[in-house]
Design a protein around this ligand. Sequence first.
Ligand code: ZN
Ligand code: ZN
Length: 303
Amino acid sequence: MTASLTILASGSSGNTALVDCEGERWLIDLGLEPKELDARLEDAGVSWSQIRGVLITHRHSDHWRPKTLSRCWTSRVPVHCHRDHAAALRLKCPDFRDIEQSRLFRPFVGERLIPLSKNWRCRPFRVRHDGGATFGFRFEETGDNEVTRPLSVAATTPRAFAYVADLGCWDQTVADRLLDIDLLALEFNHDPELLRNSNRPPWLVHRILGDEGHLSNAQAAELVSETLKRGTSKRLQQLVLLHISHECNSSEIAAASARAALGKSGSDANVFAAEQHQRSPTFVVGEAMHDEKTGRLVQASLF
Ligand SMILES: [Zn+2]
Ligand SMILES: [Zn+2]
């Protein structure tokens, strides 16, 4: 009953991730052009024809491309998004009107669970960001899989993982959604000093630093600490850093913040910094993390 997560692209130029639940493949966001998406999927051993559905976080253009969204119509792939996303999607993607009028349009209903496979569900939850309605996703196993669960994983709690990119701040409600998970993919966007000293215009610096902008390394690290402090199980195995700014951050700086937070919390979870231009290894939820391509155990030093 395994599930896995592969980050196909992460950063301000495009965001897409592949979720595999028991062989059912889903995409989070469509922030790559069709050709590039195909190349990254192929590299991960998956084709577009195997995609069962798409989950959209929000309407910013680094999270969906009109031509890629059009393929959902031509390939009859269901699109799960918030109703507030529809106007923006329709504006730049005429095919979205057809999606909306068909059964392919699957609007979120509060935090109602979205079935992904026999035993896995997705729970969308709101985060604060200036892209209108913006969501993180918690993925949960619902079946009783004690037989297949590794002994190292608490048998009383179902496996779970989460993906949260693009949020300006967090509160206890967001932390609640990230408790007791095996894998967390979370935005570590910027280092505030590098941002303030960058060539970016003051309005943009202000926007990014604001409560509806992006999470700094320190904010993200505090969120990780909070979830580890409040969680009832210490089972986080993998922390994936998302949406790292190439101008105002680096994989090394972000990873150092993440490791410090994990260390203080007594967690030995691996840290991996996702990249813009190449896919991540495939992280199998609740198991030792192996790169499906090389077969090597994924170590923190891989970023
Ligand atoms: Zn955004
Ligand atoms: Zn973004």
